[in-house]
Design a binder for this molecule. Structure first.
Ligand code: ATP
Length: 769
């Protein structure tokens, strides 16, 4: 690239371009003053005497900030950047101002044009167009690209401006103070394409300018800006040779007259003042700059802290994410384990269900077989000993239960299944072979042998009467007695109206008295004679129809009687001596001799209790007094309804006689007591005419089948606990019924159990007729 320099009339010619005298040379400087400084120097030196306008295009902070991503960190960065841009802008502006001051003081007419736009190159082209700039100097490339052979533009901005700027603008592109390329105006000038510029400046003017610049330099600042301006000043001075060699100013400007010297002195004085002023301003600016620098430092520290915090949070977040991942892994493992266990549980449940079904079917088979075995045993016994069937007291064959069965029947001796506790053991209710039973657990054998127990049971098993609690079987293993279960509990509880049961009506009470009398007659007339010995309301149990039965076979005592004598031989019951009760015969307490009259005494007390429902202690005295005073009504239990007063009095007198201290004064059970009671119990008995007899023959109601309404010949217990004639209940079930003919409730099963006790009682009753 060729250029030529020199003076051409009134035009300055630099590197292939000439400038009109009055024209302003625009010098484009970037924000890196350091780099742009050499360009400015070049312009100042090349166009001495021309008006210089420093042109700076600034990109506002928000434009740069917008380019940043909008993350939390970047927001902070943007904030800091904005501040930084603010600082930078001011700093650039200040430095430019300082340069202008220096240039002005050096005699260069200088000004600045500050443009703010989003894009530097566009901004340059735009300002050239708008301001109709005709002369422009700008950088061609970064200093690092400079070499002596550099002939083309490297900077993007320079290339853009070179291509886009209006053709009316003459542009000099400079690098490191050397003209690299010139873009001429579109005039056909051959000189435009000339080689590199050699500046021709007026040496005198340069000296003056140099002096002026030199006088200003000491006042310049010591900060970065100061360095910039210092360097600028130095460069201006160092350009002295070229200035002195190439100055285009007239020499005469340096030949001063006295007056001129004087005015020059004043000018120097003025310059000193303005220098002072500038110095103060610079100082102020320096303070401002220091303040802003410290703010910037604070912001940078804040930013660093925030960065640190963000880093810490990011680490924490990473940690939490890792932990979450672990937990999720564990969760999925657990979920799969749960699914597996669910499957296992399901399988096990199915197995349990099938096992239970199997067990139920086995149990059913077992029960059926037991019933079968029982039937076969009975049949064998009947076949072996047909004569014995005719006997009044015979063993119909007790059932023997295993401990397992008893345990199962009482639900492992569940305390809630316990119905009472006597002196001789606890009583549990239970379900044994589909029959409701009461199981009395006797104390351990102690000195008693198995054989002794079996003998005792054998005796007890022979005692069968409708008004005696039936002994169904035994369990030798656990030394327990299995009785039929009576649903309405004991007379003691009924009289006390336990569980809010209604009071017993007087008719039922008379019926109970006659039934117990009947049972006692049966026991006392048995061979051998049996004395209950512990008669009291807790021993009188009531079935669903309030038929009373005398219980507690565990304390029966056998009284061996001579075949030729009627005299009773009594056994001593030592245990009773220890715990006498108000029901106990006082003579027995004195002598220790238990006689049938002992039961009569207890019966007398029980009768008084039925009439009055009073405290047993002192009951005899109360009734006696009431009868004597003629106010028997006062002691009679009115909750039983309207007693037939005369009959009640008759019973009271009978009861008092039973309680005579001397047993020989007590009434006879059959001839005196039964004869009073028997006519009174009419409402409880079905009237039937006995063939050949004028007297109506009374049949115990429980001998009658509820379906056939006839005395049963083969009584069987159904699942509802009621006894029916076998054919009747079988016919009922065969006809498709699965409910109880008595309660109408659904039957648990259709099994029937022979009621041997009742069968035996019916036979005996029929024989007595
Ligand atoms: N077969 C049964 N059916 C229904 N309940 C019964 C049966 N046997 C006994 N009980 C209940 O069990 C309770 C206890 O009876 P148990 O004969 O053992 O003792 P007790 O008569 O209260 O006193 P003790 O025998 O000491 O004089 C009775 O009061 C009765 O409520």
């Amino acid at each position: 690239m060729e250029s030529f320099e020199g003076i051409e009339d009134d035009r300055v010619v630099v590197g292939g371009g000439s400038v009109e005298e009055e024209e302003t040379i625009f010098v484009a400087v970037g924000k890196s003053i350091e780099k742009s400084k050499t360009t400015l120097f070049w312009a100042v030196q090349s166009f001495s005497g021309k008006k210089i306008c420093v042109l700076h295009v600034h990109t506002p902070a928000h434009v740069v900030a917008l380019k940043e991503r909008k993350s939390a960190v970047n927001k902070l960065k943007q904030q800091a950047f904005k501040t930084f841009r603010g600082l930078e802008r001011r700093k650039v502006d200040e430095i430019l101002d300082q340069y202008l001051v220096i240039l002005n003081q050096a005699g260069v007419q200088a000004d600045k044009l500050w443009i703010e736009t989003d894009n530097v190159e566009n901004g340059l082209v735009e300002v050239i167009t708008r301001k109709n700039i005709r002369w422009l100097v700008m950088g061609a490339a970064a200093d690092k690209y400079y070499s002596k052979t550099l002939v083309e533009l490297k900077s993007k901005k320079a290339i853009f401006v070179c291509q886009q700027a209006p053709v009316t603008c003459h542009i000099w592109f400079v690098c490191k103070g050397c003209l690299i390329y010139t873009r001429s105006v579109c005039e056909d000038r051959s000189e435009q394409e000339n080689g590199p510029a050699i500046l021709l400046l007026n040496s005198e003017v340069e000296t003056t300018q140099h002096l002026k610049l030199e006088s200003l330099t000491p006042s310049l600042i010591s900060s970065d800006a100061e360095e910039d301006t210092d360097e600028f000043k130095e460069t201006c001075c160092s350009g002295q040779s070229s200035w002195s060699n190439n100055s285009m100013f007239d020499c005469s400007t340096l030949l001063l007259t006295d007056e001129e010297e004087k005015s020059e002195g004043q000018a120097i004085l003025g310059a000193k003042n303005s220098k002072q002023k500038v110095f103060e301003e610079v100082k102020a600016l320096q303070g401002l700059c220091v303040k802003e620098m410290s703010q910037r430092k604070e912001l940078e520290e804040l930013l660093a802290r925030e960065k640190q915090e963000v880093k810490r949070m990011r680490n924490q977040n990473d940690k939490a994410v890792k932990e979450l991942q672990i937990v999720e892994d564990q969760k999925s493992v657990l979920v799969s384990q749960m699914a597996e266990s669910d499957c296992v549980v399901k399988e096990l449940e199915e197995k349990i269900i099938s096992a239970v079904q199997l067990l139920i079917s086995f149990k059913k088979k077992r029960d059926d077989l037991r019933i079968e075995v029982g039937n076969v045993k009975r049949r064998i016994q009947e076949l072996r000993n047909p004569v014995k069937r005719e006997a009044s007291v015979c063993g119909p064959g007790l059932l023997e239960f295993s401990f397992m069965e008893v345990n199962e029947a009482t639900n492992n001796f569940d305390p809630s299944w316990k119905i009472g506790e006597g002196r001789y053991g606890s009583v549990y209710r239970g379900l044994l072979r589909h029959v409701h039973v009461a199981i009395k657990m006797l104390p351990s054998y102690g000195s008693q042998s198995h054989l002794e127990f079996q003998n005792k049971v054998e005796v007890l098993s022979r005692v069968r009467h409708p008004n005696l609690v039936t002994l169904i079987g035994t369990c030798t293993e656990s030394r327990s007695l299995v009785y039929e279960y009576l649903r309405n509990g004991s007379l003691e509880d009924c009289l006390a109206c336990k569980d809010k049961t209604p009071p017993l009506p007087w008719q039922t009470r008379i019926q109970i008295a006659s039934e117990i009398c009947n049972a006692l007659i049966y026991l006392h007339t048995s061979k051998p004679c049996i004395i209950h010995g512990n008669l009291k309301p807790s021993k009188v149990l009531l079935d669903t129809n309030f038929i009373s039965k005398l219980g507690d076979m565990g304390v029966f005592h056998l009284i061996p009687r001579g075949e030729d004598t009627d005299k009773s031989v009594t056994l001593r019951d030592n245990s009773r001596n220890k715990t006498p009760s108000v029901y106990t015969d006082p003579e027995y307490l004195e002598t220790g001799e238990l006689t049938p009259e002992s039961d009569v005494y207890s019966f007398g007390i029980l009768l008084l209790e039925l009439l009055t429902r009073r405290q047993v202690l002192g009951i005899m005295k109360d009734v006696k007094c009431a009868l004597e005073k003629g106010n028997f009504n006062a002691v009679l239990d009115c909750s039983a309804g309207d007693w037939p007063l005369e009959q009640a009095k008759q019973l009271a007198r009978l009861a008092l006689r039973c309680c005579e201290k001397n047993r020989f004064n007590r009434p006879d059970l059959v001839s005196e007591i039964w004869s009073v009671l028997e006519p009174m119990r009419t409402p409880c008995i079905a009237p039937l005419t006995h063939s050949g007899s004028k007297e109506p023959r009374r049949i115990p109601s429980h001998f009658v089948c509820p379906i056939f309404q006839e005395v049963m010949s083969d009584p069987h217990i159904a699942a509802d606990g009621f006894t029916y004639e076998e054919d009747a209940i079988k016919g009922w079930l065969k006809s498709g019924h699965n409910t109880s003919p008595m309660t109408n409730l659904k039957l648990d099963h259709c099994n029937l159990i022979p009621n041997y006790a009742l069968h035996q009682a019916i036979i005996e009753w029929q024989q007595q007729q």
